[in-house]
Design a protein around this ligand. Structure first.
Ligand code: IVH
Length: 725
């Protein structure tokens, strides 16, 4: 245990109840606590050598908070409560993954599996009947983890986090019996990162919940939540008392792949002492893959751990390497999910929600029902077609009985959550049910709601949208909520409720207002300041200002994502940030793309690997709207988006612009493009003076001629491969 110096003699007020402190004493105590907490933070975070127990540390912070709550005017500028990110859950420390921990695409039926195989063959330029081997194994419903070994010793364990940065949970992982601390085998690579899933068996979960119940403690909803809760304990002795288990299924950083095939790698990892799932199979045909799926599905109920599908991985690692990744998922692996669990409940009402892009989404208000351990009381009905489709007879009747379904894998949220609603049970519909009519006007601003027609296909969009644009309060509020949300600006203390409140009171109408909040607040009459508002206080106002201040140096990908451009999610935000580097270059290029859809800027945008034409058009449309440009310009006067760390600097083609033309013989065009992008090159569709290389195959025409005219370096496919390899 800790060698805690008794602070009592040095700090005579330390034991005095908060209620008994006068203002002078409170000020002295706050000063002492600020210094003491800063001292422990430094020992914990920088030196990894804490001097006090977590409980003792928490007690100091709680005392600090209690005094501040009683004496809000005495909150110090260096108060520990104002330090963003110093909350106990942050105590784990961050780990940047050397190899990102990405996720898997999903398919739900045989056709999806066949499409997956077709896509692989097409990408690799193989015949459609070429034989390919795959591993097929259960998808464990737990938490992914990466275990780093150096010199054969476990030195670090980290959660997945956002895939690029996770939490350091080494101490907790060391308590898991399945995970070796040391590996003596001579052929064990150094360094080696093993990846896999931590889970809690169903029997252990049952026991844990029985014990929780006996103590009157809160029950865990399912084994996955129990595993997550156990792994994220600040006290490793608690983790040690919760039986967690582990299955390995992959690797991260390694000097070389552990074998030539996935199956060979599994054998190697097993030999080194890692638990591998005994149900994994090596399959050589789609029929074989589907048979494994059915076999494991039929055994699912008898397993002592939760699984939610089967993962197929292309066996040959050289082909995996060639296939690479699209957005966050590998092209060489996929999850074939089991059908979702179902439960029946009653539909009480339907509400229409207006999203940030104006989409009107019907949300079913359900009689709460438990599915897979989670209470479901809202279910999105997706769109009008969905209701009409099933509603040809049901028409989403008020108080009709419906089935709500939930998948376990998404059950980590709070006790109640929105879930997809599936089939309607019509014969249980009460007589007094009312027919649901989809609104013709936006419930927020009253503008007409329309279903747009796609110019190319002539089809009506499935989504009904409010035409109010920026006059629609619901859209504006939703955009603001998105702007401050966790994966965007991540402004702590500015949750959905507060955004709504500050919007309604004309304090924050658009994103730039967030960054003038403090300045404008100071100019106000003290009685009208945030600190005096109901539900606020000096502390929460100061905390919010500090959080906003800290986010002025937001990363560029988050900045782009935060703008809320239609179709631009986190991945696209990252792709754009990587391609354009700085906010200024990005905005300049997007304005040029918006001004001229057949110009070079638009072509460059459209050509980015991972950005399709619909996304490029949506981005150009966003920048064609003067109001959006004004908002972006205003924002850039107040925030300084930071460039992302560079990718693969060592690559000779990093930062170079490449054009492929003619027929490639060693790989398909998509593969060549994906590989070049991975090495940090920009792949363009047309040749200009900015082009660094033109890779020309047989049949190359005008682009090759252009390249020669402009004096651009022309390479054969083999020369290109020699350059990048
Ligand atoms: S392979 C590039 N294999 O599923 C990602 N993942 O949706 C490769 N999971 O984050 C992952 N069982 O936590 C793989 N046998 C298995 C798995 C598995 C569970 C989880 C994993 C991953 C998530 C992807």
């Amino acid at each position: 245990m800790s060698k805690i110096k008794s602070k009592k003699e040095e700090a005579p007020l330390a034991g005095k109840p908060v209620a008994g402190l006068d203002a002078t004493e409170a000020a002295a105590e706050l000063a002492r606590l600020a210094a003491e907490i800063a001292h422990h933070d430094s020992l914990y975070y920088q030196k990894d050598a804490p001097e006090v127990s977590d409980a003792a540390y928490d007690a100091l912070r709680k005392r600090n908070e209690a005094i501040e709550a009683r004496f809000p005017d005495l909150v110090r500028a260096d108060s520990p409560s104002l330090k963003v990110g110093a909350a106990p859950v942050e105590a784990f420390g961050k780990v940047v993954h050397r190899v990102p921990m990405l996720s898997l695409g999903n398919v739900f039926d045989e056709e999806g599996v066949r499409d997956f195989l077709d896509r692989i063959r097409r990408f690799l330029g193989l015949d459609q009947d070429a034989e390919l081997a795959f591993t097929a194994e259960p998808k464990i419903d737990g938490l992914s983890i990466t275990l780093r070994y150096e010199g054969g010793r476990l030195v670090q364990a980290a959660t997945r986090g956002d895939g690029y940065e996770g939490e350091n949970v080494t101490a907790n992982v060391r308590t898991i019996a399945d995970i070796p601390h040391e590996i003596a085998a001579k052929d064990f690579p150094d360094p080696f990162e093993v990846r896999g899933e931590i889970y809690m068996s169903r029997s252990a979960f049952q026991k844990l919940n029985d014990a929780q119940a006996a103590r009157g403690d809160r029950l865990f909803a399912n084994p996955r939540n129990a595993a997550a809760g156990s792994l994220r304990q600040l006290d490793p002795t608690i983790t040690a008392s919760r039986p967690l288990a582990f299955f390995a299924y992959g690797w991260g950083e390694a000097p070389a792949p552990p074998a030539d095939t996935q199956w060979g790698a599994y054998r190697a990892m097993k030999k080194w002492g890692f638990p591998l799932n005994p149900l994994a199979e090596r399959t050589t045909s789609v029929e074989d893959m589907l048979k494994t799926y059915r076999d494991i599905e039929s055994d699912r109920a008898s397993l002592d751990y939760d699984i939610d599908g089967i993962v197929y991985k292309l066996d040959r690692l050289d082909l995996q390497e060639r296939l690479g990744f699209v957005s966050r998922s590998p092209r060489f692996a996929i999850a074939h999910k089991f059908p979702a669990e179902q439960a029946t409940t009653v539909l009480n009402d339907i509400e229409i929600q207006v999203g940030r892009t104006g989409a009107l989404t019907p949300v079913a208000k359900l009689e709460p029902v438990t599915v897979g351990g989670v209470v479901v009381q809202n279910a999105t009905l997706h769109n009008e077609d969905y209701i009409a489709g099933i509603g040809a007879t049901a028409r989403a009747c008020a108080r009709a009985a419906i089935s709500a379904s939930a998948t376990r894998s998404s059950c980590s949220g709070p006790a109640t959550s929105s879930r997809k609603c599936s089939t309607w049970v019509l014969d249980k519909r009460p007589k007094e049910s009312k027919r649901f009519k989809f609104p013709t006007h936006c419930p927020s601003c009253g503008s007409l709601a329309v279903r747009e027609v796609d110019e190319k296909t002539g089809k009506r969009d499935v989504v009904c949208r409010c035409t109010g644009g920026l006059i629609c309060p619901a859209q504006r509020v939703e955009r603001l909520k998105h702007f401050v949300s966790r994966n965007a600006f991540d402004i702590e203390g500015l949750g959905e409720k507060r955004i709504q409140e500050l919007y309604d009171d004309n304090i924050i109408k658009s994103p730039p207002d967030i960054f003038t909040l403090e300045e404008k607040d100071k100019e106000k009459d003290p009685d009208e300041q945030l600190a005096k508002r109901e539900g606020w206080g000096a502390l929460s106002a100061q905390k919010l200002f500090a959080a906003i201040q800290a986010r002025r140096a937001v990363k560029l990908d988050r900045f782009i994502y935060a703008l809320g451009i239609r179709h631009v999610g986190e991945i696209t935000g990252r792709l754009l940030a990587r391609r354009y580097g700085t906010a200024e270059t990005f905005v300049k290029a997007m304005r040029a793309a918006a001004d001229d859809r057949s110009g070079e800027a638009f072509a460059e945008l459209d050509n980015i690997e991972g950005i399709g034409p619909a996304v490029a058009v949506a981005i150009a449309d966003f920048f064609a709207e003067p109001h959006n440009v004004t908002v972006v310009d205003e924002l850039l006067k107040k925030v300084k988006p930071q460039e992302l760390e560079a990718v693969d600097h060592a690559s000779p083609v990093s930062g170079k612009t490449v054009v492929f033309t003619g027929t490639l013989e060693r790989m398909t065009r998509s593969e060549a493009k994906a590989r070049a992008e991975r090495l940090g090159a920009k792949v363009a569709g047309s040749v200009s003076k900015n082009t660094d290389y033109v890779v020309a195959g047989p049949g190359a025409g005008s682009k090759l001629k252009n390249a020669k005219d402009l004096g651009v370096n022309v390479l054969t496919e083999d020369e290109w491969l020699a350059l990048i390899e």
